[in-house]
Design a binder for this molecule. Structure first.
Ligand code: NDP
Ligand code: X2W
Length: 352
């Protein structure tokens, strides 16, 4: 068990980018204590041998996955694994009473057929999946509070949805006109070796991928449809940008009321996010930069209107590894545990 009063937490997939961010952030969390680290190829290694600069955060060794043991030790378990693994582990952990936060796509979809169509693989956990709550606190805070299983929102999806939500919820745009042009740093691809993520391949270059078919598209559409109240399709194009961390999503859509000016929309966005400590709506004429969010759980949003085209342009910047992944998970955990949503999460950027 953890310290008296501190909730014992486990992280499966501790060696990866999501896992290491969780270890680092939870070291400063006043109400949670990491008591278990799990993995596959890193099992048997002290975490400090994988990340020597985090020696002061934990003296734990990464262990092979033993779900009974994890459930006996931990009240909360984070799964930070490649897609298709959480769905094999979560049912046992939930049955044994753990609260589970999955950072992969396994528990993000309401319709399992959609998951299968985009991610493949056979699933035998449909009754468990039906209990999962979508982990984007700004939109589903009350449901997350009561959840035992949360499928945390994806990184591109978080940036895109926070830009679109006020517009869709209040019927301000023609939903089908929404176009999302998003750029991500290379850490979005995880820590595994991949040729396109090598410095020699990514540096000095900018390109799109997954054009017209990226698997974040159905996730964005699921939540946009929920907000709009009917099924809609959006256009989403991701790009790999030669930097390590950060996502900038630039979202375009046609306004229903061409009379709206940017000051109106900034007022509407500010009101929509007034109780959301991790969203900062910027003043008129200020547009976000990824480095402002880097190392923080913040999403910065800038809003503009082009009166020539009657389009609204919303820019949204996050750190993909924090608000897009580990920080979002901790924000959700805070809600599930009845703690302040801001507990243990960083607000100050690494840069400049
Ligand atoms: N990177 C990002 O920006 C974001 C990622 N995500 C999602 O979060 C999840 C984790 O991503 P990320 O941290 O980038 O991934 P990484 O590739 O960096 O890490 C993957 C982790 O999974 C572990 N793992 C792999 N196979 C197994 C297994 N069979 N049993 C136990 N552990 C296993 C690895 O452990 P070991 O080293 O021991 O083999 C490693 O710790 C993914 O689903 C990703 O889509 C979500 C939002 C943003
Ligand atoms: C640069 C890069 O490769 N990015 C990844 C981000 C995906 C990711 O990690 O997915 P989730 O947020 O859905 O978990 C990609 O495009 O697949």
């Amino acid at each position: 068990m953890g310290d008296v009063g501190r909730v014992p937490v486990g992280i499966i997939g501790a060696s990866g980018y999501g896992g290491v961010q969780l270890v680092r952030l939870l070291a400063d969390h006043p109400a949670a204590e990491v008591v278990y680290l799990g993995g596959d190829s890193s099992a048997g290694k002290p975490f400090s041998s994988l990340y020597p600069h985090l020696t002061n955060c934990t003296d734990l060794t990464v262990e092979p996955i033993d779900l009974d043991k994890i459930a006996a030790k931990c009240e909360v378990v984070f799964l930070s694994l490649p897609n298709g693994l959480a769905c094999k582990m979560a049912p046992t952990l939930l049955e044994k009473g753990c609260k589970v936060l999955d950072l992969s796509a396994d528990y993000r979809f309401e319709n399992q057929e959609t998951y299968k169509a985009w991610y493949g693989g056979e699933r035998s956990d449909s009754s468990v999946a039906a209990t999962a709550v979508y982990g984007l606190p700004e939109l589903y805070r009350d449901r997350i509070k009561d959840a035992q299983l949360v499928g945390c929102a994806g990184c591109y999806v978080t940036a895109s949805l926070l830009a679109l939500a006020p517009l869709l919820k209040q019927g301000l745009i023609v939903p089908e006109t929404a176009i999302i042009d998003a750029k991500s740093g290379t850490s979005g691809g995880g820590r595994k070796a991949e040729v396109n993520l090598l410095l020699a391949e990514a540096e000095g270059s900018l390109g799109a991928y997954g054009v017209g078919r990226h698997r974040h598209t159905p996730e964005i559409e699921q939540i946009c449809s929920d907000l709009a109240g009917h099924d809609i399709k959006v256009q989403f194009t991701p790009h790999l940008i030669p930097m390590v961390r950060g996502i900038l999503a630039t979202v375009y859509a046609t306004l229903r009321d061409p009379g709206l000016v940017r000051e109106d929309l900034i007022t509407i966005f500010s009101a929509f996010y007034r109780n959301c400590p991790w969203v900062k709506v910027l003043p008129a004429g200020v547009y976000p930069q990824t480095k402002w969010a880097c190392g923080t759980n913040l999403c910065y949003i800038g809003v503009e209107v082009d009166p020539r085209t009657d389009r609204v342009i919303v820019l949204s910047a996050i750190d993909n590894l924090i608000k897009g992944q580990a920080g979002q998970g901790i924000q959700c955990m805070n809600l599930m545990m009845g703690w302040e949503e801001t507990l243990g999460l960083p607000q100050l950027a690494f840069y400049p």
